[in-house]
Design a protein around this ligand. Structure first.
Ligand code: HEM
Length: 199
């Protein structure tokens, strides 16, 4: 789905390589292949929890207009993660906590929102693959059949919010920083899970 608009094109271009690198992380690759143990899956979800818990709070506190415009239902994924972690009998692992930094303006907040919402596309594919633990995949199920319509609506909003080069540059920087957060955190966890497999 290319050519949805300049903002999306810039964001996508800035982060395609980062997405590819993330796909190579042993946890992400194991998740896609259906080879991840439940314990490692739970560790991965607790890293997601550290991100979403902080990020959703920050967005609601600092960018309430953006939350309203995008739809507050996009900012409730912490509940899904807690549900899955509870089903796995695995409370969040405090050793892998660590919050992302708050975006410093609305264009940057929009850039992080692009990444968070884009990742629901991956989640949709994963949950359809049947390779996730059946009792604990609420988070990756995301919006289910609504995923692509919601993605299209989000892109339309981003095009309106990022009308000029400067705002698109800031958003792209923040999107890259958001990918970097996941890259770093998941690499840390992977090296603990698969000792020596990841630097
Ligand atoms: C196993 C995990 C994942 C799989 C299988 C996956 C797969 C995909 C697929 C198939 C797309 C659609 C690509 C296209 O339209 O050409 C996509 C888009 C996207 N994913 Fe992932 N993904 C995964 C994890 C993630 C994660 C962890 C993030 C970020 C934290 C992420 C961020 C994005 C973004 C931002 C897009 C939108 C790119 C665009 O503008 O089209 N994904 N993903």
């Amino acid at each position: 789905m290319q050519g949805m608009g300049e903002a999306r094109d810039d964001l996508r271009q800035a982060t395609t390589a980062a997405h590819r690198r993330l796909d190579e992380n042993p946890l992400v690759a194991g998740l896609a292949a259906g080879t991840l143990s439940e314990a490692d899956y739970a560790r991965m979800l607790s890293a997601y929890l550290a991100f979403y818990q902080a990020w959703e709070e920050q967005m609601k506190a600092n960018f309430p207009d953006l939350v309203e415009l995008a739809g507050p239902e996009r900012f409730l994924k912490t509940h899904w993660l807690l549900k899955d972690l509870t089903a796995l009998g695995s409370p969040a692992d405090p050793r892998i906590s660590g919050s992302p930094a708050t975006p410093s303006n609305r264009a940057r907040a929009a850039g992080s929102l692009y990444v968070v919402e884009g990742s629901t596309i991956g989640g949709m594919h994963l949950s359809r693959s049947g390779k996730l633990p059946a009792h604990a995949h609420r988070f990756f199920e995301g919006y289910g059949a609504e995923t692509m319509p919601k993605w299209k609506a989000l892109i339309e909003l981003l095009e309106a919010l990022l009308p000029d080069e400067e705002s698109r540059r800031e958003a792209a920087e923040e999107a890259s920083a958001t990918f970097a957060w996941f890259q770093h955190r998941l690499a840390q966890i992977a090296s603990a899970c698969f000792r020596g497999a990841e630097d």
